[in-house]
Ligand binder design. Structure first.
Ligand SMILES: [Zn+2]
Length: 133
């Protein structure tokens, strides 16, 4: 889900889809990193399932002292987003005032610069922005 700038330019945004893992047995969705084990029934066969990218912020924290590779972005909001398909995703939420962020806010996934690597290389990943509709 996080790619370098080189991979980003090679793959292009259309190939970097937001997905969850769907259980082949019970159909339950697990987060994308859970590739070998269904949260619900324990089945070990999961398939990528594309998400629409919309959801609701269910909890959050404001980061004032980020890890080194995220320096310069603080303060920023990181939260859990309950996707409309039902699965929960942790992700940064951009464009919200850390003092005014609210649980229940509707958010949309977007591809953004995520962090700097050890050699100054740039990585991209999904972040969420407030849905103003
Ligand atoms: Zn299952």
């Amino acid at each position: 889900m996080t790619v370098s700038a080189i991979e980003f330019s090679r793959l292009g945004p259309p190939k970097l889809h937001l997905y969850a893992m769907k259980c082949d047995k019970c159909g339950e969705l697990s987060p994308w990193w859970e590739r070998n084990h269904c949260y619900h029934c324990g089945n070990d066969s999961l398939t990528e399932f594309e998400l629409k990218g919309t959801g609701e912020l269910t909890n959050y924290t404001v980061v004032y002292y980020p890890p080194r590779e995220f320096l310069g972005q603080e303060p920023y909001v990181v939260g859990h987003i309950q996707m409309d398909e039902g699965v929960n995703m942790p992700a940064p939420v951009m464009g919200v005032d850390p003092d005014a962020v609210e649980v229940g806010t509707r958010v949309d996934a977007t591809l953004r610069r995520m962090k700097l690597g050890h050699e100054g290389d740039i990585y991209y990943s999904y972040k969420f922005v407030v849905d103003d509709e």
